[in-house]
Design a binder for this molecule. Sequence first.
Ligand SMILES: [Zn+2]
Length: 342
Amino acid sequence: MAVRGIIPPHMLKHLAESSDPEDRKLAVRMLMRIEKVRGMRRALGEVYVATPTGGRCIRVYDVKHGSDSDLPGDLLANPAKSKDPEVKEAYKGADATYSFYKDLYGRNSIDDKGMCIDSSVHFETDYDNAGWDGRQMIYGDGDGVYFNRFTIAIDVIGHELTHGVTEYEAGLVYQDQPGALNESMSDVFGTLVKQRVLNETVDQADWLIGEGIFTKKVKGKALRSMSAPGTAYDDPKLGKDPQPADMKHYVKTSEDEGGVHINSGIPNHAFYLAAMELGGHAWEKAGRIWYVTLRDALKPKTSFATAAKRTYQVAGVLFGEGSAEQAAVKKGWTGVGVKIPK
Ligand SMILES: [Zn+2]
């Protein structure tokens, strides 16, 4: 199973080429950790089957700078009221994500069977990532130089937990186009969790992923932009946001599992265009179409074109053939150069 970390390897690789030895050390250490976590990743084989609880169950643990073998760490009482911002934010982000799926789409947690959402904070030391490891969330504190603590951005929490949802539903493989769709689904629902917490309409939303993750030292707003892929950051140390916004600029690469964090810009922008076309709260129509598609209509090796067709079909089922919703979905995909196959 691949790492579902929020920090893409290309960013760290760029930092590893810095003229500053401290930067290089930091980046190489993080890249090695990614490899290590990848290697040590719990050998699940299949999707982890959690014990059903029936209701809302959100737990936060402190792993106290320990590593994989120390997970999950000490269970914390009353995390919602913790004075530790990481504990409080990890709780609130998981809680908001649970409510998002439950209230809007009737989904009972990651597995739709009420599994507890477990999060461990203070993973290792200066750890520059946050991720879903197949059964729980792990948060690093960030190095404080380039990255803040990772709980700071609620969309990152929604993003990572959605990787869990995708695992239980479409099971999109983490490679090439299906992998980029997997990443995109996480960005879509990550930003929707944030937009709902802030009660924002499509015009009010920032459509950024990971706003707040960068320290002031970094020249950039966030990790990604769904409204303008490729413009989220441009920093001498971290490089430039490599995301394309359409198929004409699709990046063919063997890195990053075939560019899963790169080409996700294309389906991200398609969703953005469809949501803008529909207006209002993006989770009501565009989000619902994408969710039902993810749950019922995708296969592990779905391509962009097939995903486009499925969202179009689902829009027809939910809102009617020839509806404005269906037209908006078509407009979204056409806008990024993906033709809906017949
Ligand atoms: Zn991801």
